[in-house]
Design a protein around this ligand. Structure first.
Ligand code: GDP
Length: 454
């Protein structure tokens, strides 16, 4: 489908941020349009996947810049169309000038994500893979990058395709019976069908379960450090954060700014929330009741609960432990001040799977970190593939619900056409993930979140 204005152009690098700037052009008129501005080899005659040195000139033949152009002929390109990437010097002026010259010659400015959208529409990859491109660009740590890369390379899509094939097989058996409805034959053995659906649901549910971990990878773990006043919360927070600061500043030329109140363990961010409360050291006299502490903990998905082994009492610790047991948020009990611990207080925590540290002396902080990592690792599902996208999660949940209705229909001996309808609905929702079923609104919504030039 080519029409006059289908050739798009955009900056692929943020302007003014690097020594080189890259302008990307894609569409059926890419080569003639760039060729009009480029002095060097005749680009209409060069082979695909070649790079050429030359100049870009304006209408008065004035040299704008010396550039390299990389030529990719469709379908062997990112968008499957003819693509040229112009590498120029990174000056904002030069880049804007080249962009406006290209537009003058007939290209139009690309919308956010339009290159990737073209790649999707031209069958370069499916929707889940296209979405992974955005995740890859946004990835800030090893886990995010690995998950996005796996998804972009089709790991998740393969899983969904397998599920769809199983379902289609199932649907065909039911539909076959529909064709012979009058004769009242039963091709599909009911128990066999239910077994198959159960198998599919197990897979879907493990994907759904992986979302929690996916979310942890993407957004980090909101963590609260709680405990009575003077338990050592701010000392611990500072010890953890200062260590992180030291690690971050050791990496020369690091682009990631130090993020306040966050540490990374094995690529997973632990975001300490409500740290303002911890840092307010003035009103220590006012004792925060256990109840209030528990209220605060509700915003977190993980609580590091500090117990003061030096100054607290048996009764008070027992009360705190009881409160913690009632809370639904996973918590790690930490006995602090081991350097001056009262043995009877320490004994209270022995059965609580606690970690014993000295926040002030920075003793056993590594044990504490290992335990934090272990808690997160427990949420890792059995699924190899991790779902990180809310849209995918919703489609999986809808598929699961439709399959529940299928089982219900079979058990209640409902007519085959009703059962077939629910199977089709399950297939529809699975298809939404990979883009076999799409609407314009959905595509608009997905690609508008991309950056321009991708
Ligand atoms: P918060 O009110 O829970 O934030 O407690 P702070 O971090 O302000 O600590 C209260 C007091 O306990 C301070 O005087 C700290 O120096 C002291 N403290 C913290 N951790 C330790 C530790 O591991 N051992 C000892 N002996 N004292 C500690």
């Amino acid at each position: 489908m080519s029409h006059i204005n289908d050739t798009i152009v955009a900056l692929a690098t943020p302007p003014g941020q690097g020594a080189i700037g890259i302008i990307r052009v894609s569409g059926s008129n890419t080569i003639p349009i760039v060729n009009e501005l480029f002095r060097g080899k005749d680009l209409t005659k060069v082979a695909s996947h070649t790079i050429h040195l030359g100049t870009i000139r304006d209408d008065e033949n004035k040299i704008i810049d010396e550039v390299l152009v990389s030529v990719f002929k469709g379908p062997h390109s990112y968008t499957k169309e003819d693509v040229i990437e112009i590498s120029s010097h990174g000056s904002q002026y030069i880049l804007q000038k080249i962009l406006s010259l290209l537009i003058k010659k007939g290209a139009r400015l690309a919308k956010p994500g339009e290159f990737t959208q073209k790649a999707f529409l031209n069958g370069r990859f499916d929707l889940a893979q296209a979405e992974a491109v955005a995740d890859l660009i946004a990835s800030e740590n090893a886990s995010m990058q690995q998950t996005a890369m796996k998804q972009m390379r089709g790991g998740f899509s393969d899983e969904i395709k397998k599920l769809r094939e199983e379902l289609i097989h199932f649907a065909s058996m039911i539909e076959l019976e529909l064709d012979f409805a009058e004769e009242d034959v039963e091709f599909a053995d009911r128990q066999g069908l239910i077994k198959l659906i159960n198998k599919i649901q197990t897979l879907i549910q493990s994907l759904i379960a992986s979302f929690e971990y996916g979310n942890v990878i993407k957004s980090g773990v909101p963590t609260v450090i709680a405990g009575k006043p003077n338990a050592g919360k701010s000392t611990l927070l500072n010890a953890l954060l200062n260590e992180e600061k030291a690690i971050v500043s050791e990496v020369a030329g690091t682009t990631r700014d130090f993020i306040e109140d966050q540490i990374y363990l094995d690529g997973i961010a632990f975001r300490f929330i409500d740290t303002a409360g911890i840092r307010e050291t003035d009103d220590k006299v006012e004792s925060i009741g256990v109840q209030r502490t528990l209220e605060k903990m509700k915003q977190a998905s993980l609580v590091i609960y500090l117990v003061d082994l030096m100054n607290d009492s048996i009764d008070s610790i027992e009360e705190q432990l009881q409160g913690l047991r009632k809370s639904s948020v996973p918590s790690l009990i930490v006995g602090n001040k081991v350097d001056e611990a009262k043995p009877e207080l320490k004994a209270l925590l022995e059965d609580e799977n606690a970690v014993f540290i000295s926040a002030k002396g920075k003793v056993h902080l590594d044990d504490l970190k290992a335990r934090l990592q272990a808690i997160v690792a427990e949420t890792k599902s059995s699924s190899e593939v991790i779902v990180t996208n809310t849209r995918h999660l919703q489609s999986l949940q809808q598929t699961d619900e439709a399959l529940n209705r299928v089982i219900e229909g079979i058990n209640m001996e409902m007519s085959n056409d009703l059962v077939a309808q629910d199977i089709r609905s399950a297939l529809f929702h699975l298809g939404e993930i990979t883009g076999e079923v799409t609407t314009d609104d959905l595509l608009e919504n997905i690609f508008s979140k991309f950056c321009i030039g991708k």
